[in-house]
Design a protein around this ligand. Structure first.
Ligand SMILES: [Zn+2]
Length: 190
């Protein structure tokens, strides 16, 4: 699946999540979908949920995570993507001895396009050539992403992300309240 916030994978790996049916260890590839919905435990709360399909025993488990809004999830995913884009640009600049100061918008756009093409390829390889997203939706999303991120945004996002020292700070930066972060820490037994 595309666009799983990195911290979700890190957290599940760290906590040693296992399939409750067969005890097989967590594999990020088993995440079939992820999104925001009303909690089954409390319909007044919106939570991050994951549909986990274990390849070993072919059983699905629905997981509920922290309370989160769609806007927070989107910010989270964008932060990951911006980080990846910045890394990609940095590598590219180093490899081809380019200068970001001399780069004009069209050269920059070309690199961003290249990045998304590679990412799309990764995803379709992962899905074994299947495409789970209808073509039209995918196209529309891609255009929005491309036009939204600017060279300046990336430099700034990078700076912000480098400043973060803990996951707690990250959650606060994403706009979560201190109460939500505390609740998250309690759940995690911190
Ligand atoms: Zn299993």
């Amino acid at each position: 699946m595309q666009n799983i916030p990195k911290w979700v994978i890190v957290m599940m790996t760290k906590e040693g999540f296992k399939c409750p049916h067969c005890d097989k260890l967590f594999n990020a590839k088993n995440i079939m979908s992820l999104g925001i919905r009303h909690s089954v435990r409390d319909v007044n709360k919106q939570v991050l949920f994951i549909e986990y399909f274990c390849i070993s025993c072919k059983k699905q488990t629905d997981l509920e995570f922290v309370e989160m809004t769609l806007a927070h999830l989107a910010q989270d995913i964008m932060a990951d993507i911006e980080g990846e884009i910045a890394d990609y640009i940095e590598k590219k600049i180093k490899k081809e001895d380019l200068s970001i100061e001399d780069m004009d918008q069209s050269e920059y756009d070309a690199i961003i396009n290249e990045f998304y093409d590679l990412k799309d390829k990764e995803v379709s390889d992962e899905q074994g050539g299947r495409n789970l997203i209808p073509k039209e939706t995918e196209k529309r999303e891609k255009v929005v992403k491309k036009s939204k991120i600017t060279l300046k945004d990336i430099k700034e996002a990078r700076k912000e992300l480098n400043k973060i020292e803990s996951h707690e700070e990250f959650l606060l930066l994403l706009g979560m309240s201190q109460e939500q972060v505390d609740e998250y820490n309690i759940k995690k037994g911190k």
